[in-house]
Structures are given as structure tokens and as C-alpha cells.
Design a protein around this ligand. Structure first.
Ligand SMILES: Nc1nc2c(ncn2[C@@H]2O[C@H](COP(=O)(O)OP(=O)(O)OP(=O)(O)O)[C@@H](O)[C@H]2O)c(=O)[nH]1
Length: 296
């Protein structure tokens, strides 16, 4: 039988569980997932390998009402990923009713002229799935629908099997041992940002960006990493550092734990906090912090 390969865009409003689903399908964490909306800011690729087939899963930022250039880029990233895919999974949260953002996603998916499947997540949180799905099924004409729980890992094998058989014939896009296209530095920065999102509130999670400045193997079993957390205002810097440096220490402690598990050896994580006013609205800073203008 001919080899099958294709791209699937995971689109949806913020917080429906796109990144959690991607990680569950890959059996490995490639995208950070937090209870805060707008966690994912970049297009993240995860590659699913099966005998005779390859599915390239593209996690996208949640579609939302943008208030900054960063937000506009996030929405554009989602739209372009959908347009370029062989299949779109419109992911929704069954525990909540559809809102304007879900309607935008449905319209965007329809306009892309790519086949769209409705993937209804968080089934573990609801009693009657059928009562909840009606308003979602009315959003557009979906070609297929699935009920899953990314957290409990239910309903996933049917979704994967049907997706595999739906993929067009073609050569693999990625080598067989590749699980993601993300760089090591991007992953490290995201692990740090995830802890900032977990530990801070209000506007801070949205005002933060992280870059890795240095990564060196000091010994075969020790990696030194220096990273900077950027915030938009001096006051935010104070909160992030915390009394006696306590907050920053806690962010570092948790991120280091995760990075040590990833590397399988000791990590020395050196964290710094800097202020860059209104970086979310400045092209040069967005570029420098890894939020490129999506092409086209
Ligand atoms: N109960 C339950 N919670 C889930 C499920 N899937 C995801 N979550 C939770 O929902 C929250 C959001 O998950 P994410 O994976 O970050 O959502 P996302 O759609 O990628 O979010 P954005 O990056 O904001 O677009 C997290 O707290 C997850 O743990 C699920 O199947 N059941």
C-alpha cells in the first residue's frame, strides 16, 4: 500500500485543550498547557508515526479578540496553519457553550476550504454529551465528529485511526525519529514560561516572554542554562521576583525539575528578569522574542 502523509491543524478558541491533546497523542510533552487562556503563541508541530503513515499535527494559538500585535500574529498563525492543512480538527470544550470565538473558528475553517472535523474535548467533565454538542454541531457542516478527553486519554485511538486513513498518499515530511520541529531553546523557554503562567495572575502571564541566552554542557551530566524573562513594566518585574526573590526562585525550582527530567541529568538554571515596555506591540521585539510575523 502507498505511504500516506499529511498535515492536521488543531484549531480552536483558547483553553479548549489543543496542546493537551497534542501531548496526549504524541505520548510526550511538546507543547505547554496551562489553565490560562492564550498559552500557546507559536505554531508547534508534533509528528505522529505509524507503519505506512505519518500525520503532522500542528498546534495553533487559540483564536481570540486580539488586543496587541502579538495577539494579531497568534490569530494569523492559526488561520494560515488551517489553510495549509489537509484536515482541520476544530477542537471545542464540551463543558462550555459555544461563544463568539468558536464561531470565528468555524468561519475561518469553512473559508479555508479544507475538510473540517469537530473534535469535542473534555468529555470527562460533562454528564450528557449529546445535550452539549447540539449548539456546536450547528456551527457549520462538519464532515466528521469525535468525543474525546485529552486529559483522560479517551476516544483518541478512533480519532487517530480515522485521521490516518484520511491522509492523502505521499512521502513522509519528517524523518522517522522526529517528534517535533521545535528547537531545544524554544522548549526550554516554554517550560520557564509555563511556570510563570502557573504561578502568576492577572496581566502578568500575558506580558511575559522568555528567551534562552546561553546553554552549555558544563560537564557530561550538567547543563548550564541562562534565560531572561521579559515583562512590560517595572511593577511586573517586582512581582515576578517577589519578596526576597522568592517568586523567581520558585519559578526556577519548578522549571529546573522539569528540565532535569527532560535531560536526565542536572541542570543549573540561571534566571533573569528584564523590562521591555510594550514589547507585545513592537515588531522588532516580537521578532527578537521569537514571535515572527507569519508568512503571507
Ligand atoms: N478535565 C479536562 N481538562 C482538560 C482536558 N484537556 C485539557 N484540559 C485542561 O484545560 C486547560 C487548557 O488546556 P490547553 O491544552 O492549555 O488548552 P489550549 O487549547 O492549548 O489553550 P491555548 O494555548 O490557550 O489556546 C488545562 O488546564 C488542561 O489541563 C480534558 O480532556 N479534560
Amino acid at each position: 500500500m502507498a505511504y500516506k502523509s499529511g498535515f492536521v491543524a488543531l484549531v480552536g478558541r483558547p483553553n479548549v485543550g489543543k496542546s493537551t491533546l497534542l501531548n496526549a497523542l504524541l505520548g510526550r510533552k511538546v507543547a505547554i498547557a496551562t489553565p490560562k487562556p492564550q498559552t500557546t503563541r507559536n505554531r508547534i508541530v508534533g509528528i505522529l508515526h505509524r507503519p505506512g503513515a505519518q500525520v503532522v499535527l500542528v498546534d495553533t494559538p487559540g483564536v481570540h479578540r486580539a488586543e496587541h500585535k502579538l495577539g494579531e500574529r497568534m490569530n494569523k498563525t492559526a488561520r494560515l496553519s488551517a489553510k495549509d492543512a489537509d484536515l482541520i480538527w476544530h477542537i471545542i470544550d464540551l463543558s462550555r457553550a459555544p461563544n463568539q470565538e468558536d464561531r470565528w473558528v468555524a468561519n475561518m475553517s469553512r473559508e479555508s476550504r479544507v475538510p473540517v472535523w469537530l473534535v469535542m474535548n473534555k468529555a470527562d467533565l460533562v454528564e450528557s454529551v449529546k445535550e452539549r454538542w447540539e449548539p456546536y454541531r450547528a456551527l457549520m457542516d462538519y464532515q466528521n465528529q469525535f468525543v474525546v478527553s485529552a486529559a483522560r486519554e479517551t476516544g483518541l485511538s478512533v480519532l487517530v485511526d480515522e485521521t490516518l486513513s484520511f491522509m492523502p498518499e505521499g512521502d513522509p515530511y519528517y524523518p522517522p525519529d522526529m517528534v517535533t520541529d521545535q528547537s531545544e531553546d524554544f522548549y526550554i523557554a516554554e517550560v520557564v514560561r509555563e511556570q510563570v503562567l502557573e504561578l502568576t495572575r492577572e496581566e502578568i502571564p500575558y506580558s511575559v516572554a522568555v528567551t534562552v541566552e546561553e546553554r552549555t554542557a558544563r560537564k557530561p551530566d550538567l547543563t548550564y542554562i541562562r534565560a531572561t524573562i521579559f515583562v512590560e513594566r517595572e511593577g511586573q518585574k517586582g512581582i515576578l521576583i517577589g519578596e526576597g526573590g522568592r517568586m523567581l526562585k520558585e519559578i526556577g525550582r519548578r522549571a529546573r525539575g522539569e528540565l532535569e527530567a527532560y535531560y536526565g541529568h542536572q541542570v543549573f538554571l540561571d534566571l533573569w528578569v528584564k523590562t521591555r515596555e510594550r514589547w507585545r506591540d513592537q515588531d522588532a521585539w516580537l521578532r527578537r522574542l521569537g514571535y515572527e510575523e507569519p508568512e503571507r
